[in-house]
Every structure is written in C-alpha cells, then in structure tokens.
Design a protein. Structure first.
Ligand SMILES: *[C@@H]1O[C@H](CO)[C@@H](O)[C@H](O)[C@H]1NC(C)=O
Ligand SMILES: *[C@@H]1O[C@H](CO)[C@@H](O)[C@H](O)[C@H]1NC(C)=O
Length: 467
C-alpha cells in the first residue's frame, strides 16, 4: 500500500487517483481491524496466563498450608474442618470464617446444633433416589418433607433398561446380581461419582421408601452435640483423605498426630457432622451387625420409645451412636467424599455384591470408617396389608419389571384400618429396630387435614348416599 501512495502523487488521472485513495483507505481499514484483533488476542492470552498463575498460587498456598479454622489453630480443629477446593472457597465464605474466629467453643457448638437441624440436616444436600414409575413414593416423600421441613433433591434411579452389561464393572461372581440390584447400586454409584468428581461436602442419600419422624430436625439437632462427644470419646482423628492437595493425606503428610484430650475436637458449624472423621454415617439401616457394637455412646432422646433391645441391653428413651458393624439396607446414609471414593473404587474393581453388602465388606475390614445410630432415625415404609398393593408388587423395586393392577375381586380387609387410622403407610414389618415417636406418614392426615383420623371415613365414597 505504500506503493499505492507513491503512485497516487505522480500525475495520473483524477479518477485513478481517487480509486487509489479508496484502495488505500480500505487497506488502512484492514490495518485497523488487524490492530484491534491483535490487541484483543493479547488481552485474551494475558488473561489466560493470569488465571493459570492465580490457580497455581491457590493450590500451593491455600490447599497445602494449614487452613484457616473457626475458633483457633489447634491441630484437632484443623483436621476436622471441611476444606473445599480453593475454587469453592471463593464463593464468599471468607467473611464468615473471620467472624467465627471470635466465637467460643460453646457458641460454635450452638451454631453447629442449629445447622444440624436445618432443612438439609446439616449436610450439603439431601438426595432422594426414586424410580420413574414410583409416583406414589415421590408423593409420600413430598408429604413428609413438607411436614417436617426438609429440602430434598430428586436423583433419578437407574432403570432396568439403562443397564447394559458392557457398562458394568467386572465381577468374580458372574450372574449373582439381579438387574434390579445392579440398577440400585448404580444409582448410588452415580452420586458417589459426582461427589468424587467435585469433591463435594457430605451428602445425605435417601432411598425411595424412606420414612421418618415428624420431628426429624429436632432429633438431628439434639444428636449433634452427642455425636461430637462420641468422636472425642473414641479419640477420633481425621481419616486418610487422598484427594488432591488435602492436608489430611496421610501418605503425603504422615499419620495424624494422636488424639490429645487437651485439644478436643470442637464443633464446626460449616460441617456439623465433622465429615473429615468418617466415610459413612448411616442414619437409616434396617439391620446392623455385631462387630464393634460396644464402641458406643448412649444418650437420652425423648423421641425414642422405650423398650428397645440393644444387643441384650434393655433401653429407655435413649438412642445409641455406635461404630458401625456393617449395615443392611441403604435407606438413609450420609457419605463423605472419602467414603464415596472408596466405594466407587471397590465396586469398580469387582461388582460382586449388592450395594449394602459391598459397604459391609469394607466396614468389616475397617477400610470404611463408618458410624450408625440405634434405633435409626430413618426407616423404610410399606403399605399396610389388605389394600391391594401387595398384589401389584408395590412393596419392592428390586425385582423390577411391569406390574399388574389390583384385581377387582381382591381381598381388601385393610381398608377398615385405613378408616380408623387415616393412614395407608406403616414401617416395614421385618425391620425390628424401627422406633418412631411420630412417624410423619402416619401423622399426615391429622397434620394436614387437621382432623381426627376417623374423619377420613367421611371423605370416602359412601354407597348409601351415593357420594
Ligand atoms: C445446612 O447446614 C449445612 C452446614 O452448615 C450447610 O452446608 C447447608 O447448606 C445448610 N442447608 C441449608 C438449606 O442452608
Ligand atoms: C483415648 O485416649 C485416652 C488418653 O488420651 C485413653 O485414656 C483412652 O483409653 C482412649 N480411648 C480410646 C477409646 O481409645
């Protein structure tokens, strides 16, 4: 274009000069565009480097160094603080921690108890696994959550048609698991996978037929201080945390210092259940094995009816926090990301058992640090007998498949009980450890309609009046 400029000044006809000027202008235009693109590119590249540099900084200074802990700097406090990835820390948590530095252990405990009774029971979230077709269970869950003040997220179950052997882990016992059992395991595994991918704080997982007490928030809040006492009583230290950059990685930083009574584990309102100390915390098994049952703390709980039998010991209005001996049923359990990673790995290596037995194996070998409650706070519900639901196969999902409707001539003496109680739900018969004061589903009629159960009869079809 410099050439164009020169020729333009050496006596050509006017039109050709103006054409050359236009030519030159359009070139200058391109020049400007090029300049703008260049500047934008430079900014973009610098920005990329800046972000990369910043995250390198965060990884080295925030993840590896001792972390800021509410209430002080003792080693015991550091190890039970839940520490999200640096990215997650940026979501405005900083100010809160500074405030909490001023709080006494008593104030921290009070806050911790409050959070343990919040709408997610002190966990990051409550996830509810349900099969697509089970609208009935979805409704029962909704009613319970509504009355007891829980905030529950749906998590899709893995349906039979989503199971293809090609996507299942290897097993040394081919043919042992039913498709329903594989689907059940996979739904849990999907949550574990999500937890490990994002290193999420502890989550409470509920299965579709979970039932609980109307006052579950108060029950969990009361439990909280005793749970912390229990961890102190058993001299708990943080479990090995293999996630990238964790200060609790025993392979990198050595085993944690032994528990010292001078530095008791203190409450942490951000993580009321002190999830660095466990992999799994079952609040809703249907049976528990004997191993480690004597490692326990018993506390008074008004919401527990008296008369339970704890390994030969008659219990009053009391609940037991114990080291788990392995559970059956995964109706309600909390899991930390360390637990999620362990279970994901174990089942990826060999899917040789249903989900609860996989857990039990790891508990019995003491690879999965696990605690539980007796009686559990969550149980399974089923329909009362004689209302036609057994005929539909509605009491279990494990066998899968299509179901037939209740036949018209079904024998249904159960409706008489429904008229008396206002409830079609009861706790699952063969679970002997269930002990509710006010089972939310049984209370639903009285709570929601505000009438005695007898009144339910008035809302039914009456052949005499034809209404
Ligand atoms: C309940 O408390 C926990 C722990 O502090 C917190 O992570 C969770 O977000 C709280 N739930 C709600 C709904 O605020
Ligand atoms: C906990 O440690 C104390 C000493 O610090 C010891 O006396 C006690 O037996 C330990 N308890 C357990 C359950 O290990």
């Amino acid at each position: 274009m410099l050439m164009g400029e020169q020729t333009g000044t050496t006596g050509h006809s006017w039109s050709s000069i103006s054409a050359i000027i236009a030519h030159w202008r359009s070139y200058r235009h391109i020049h400007r565009i090029a300049l703008v693109i260049f500047v934008l590119l430079t900014i973009f590249v610098l920005e990329r480097y800046r972000t990369a540099l910043a995250s390198t900084f965060q990884t080295s200074s925030e993840t590896r160094d001792p972390i800021a802990v509410p209430g002080g700097n003792s080693a015991a406090q550091q190890e039970n603080h839940y520490e999200p990835y640096p990215e997650a820390t940026n979501q405005g948590g900083g100010g809160k921690h500074e405030e909490e530095t001023q709080l006494t252990p008593e104030q921290l405990l009070e806050l911790s108890q409050t959070n343990a009774g919040n709408s997610t029971l002190g966990f990051h979230a409550i996830k509810y696994i349900n099969m697509k077709a089970r609208y009935d269970r979805e409704d029962a869950m909704a009613l319970q959550a509504y009355m007891s003040g829980l905030d529950i997220e749906d998590y899709p179950a893995v349906e039979a048609d989503m199971i293809d052997p090609v996507g299942m882990p290897p097993t040394h016992r081919p043919g042992k698991l039913k498709t329903g059992e594989k689907g059940c395991w996979r739904a849990h595994a999907n949550i574990w996978s999500e937890m490990t991918r994002h290193r999420l704080p502890p989550i409470l997982i509920l299965e579709s037929d979970a039932a609980w007490d109307l006052n579950i928030r108060a029950i969990m809040s009361r439990l909280n201080s005793h749970f912390i006492s229990f961890l102190n009583q058993i001299n708990s230290t943080a479990v090995h945390d293999p996630s990238f950059g964790s200060p609790n990685n025993h392979k990198v930083h050595g085993p944690p210092p032994p528990y010292s009574p001078d530095k008791p584990i203190v409450a942490n309102p951000d993580d009321p259940w002190l999830s660095a100390h466990w992999d799994l915390f079952s609040v809703g098994q249907c049976f528990e094995y004997t191993q480690d049952h004597e490692i326990k703390l018993v506390y008074d709980d008004e919401s527990v009816p008296e008369g339970n039998d704890y390994w030969g010991q008659k219990m009053g209005k009391e609940r037991v926090i114990r080291k788990s001996g392995g559970i059956t049923c995964t109706t309600a359990y909390a899991i930390s990301h360390t637990g999620a990673a362990k279970l994901l790995l174990r089942s990826a290596l060999d899917l040789d058992n249903p989900v609860d037995l996989l857990m039990r194996r790891l508990v019995m070998s003491r690879d999965l640090v696990s605690y539980s409650l007796f009686p559990p706070v969550v149980a399974q519900w089923e329909y009362i007998g004689g209302i036609g639901m057994g005929e539909r196969g509605a009491q279990s999902d494990i066998n899968g498949g299509k179901h037939k409707d209740t036949p018209e001539n079904a024998h249904m003496p159960g409706w008489k009980d429904v008229k008396d109680t206002g409830s079609i739900w009861t706790t699952k018969g063969h679970h002997r450890d269930v002990a509710f004061d006010k089972m939310a589903l049984k209370e639903a009629w009285t709570e929601i309609i505000g009438e005695e159960p007898k009144k339910f009869e008035e809302s039914l079809y009456n052949p005499e009046t034809g209404n």
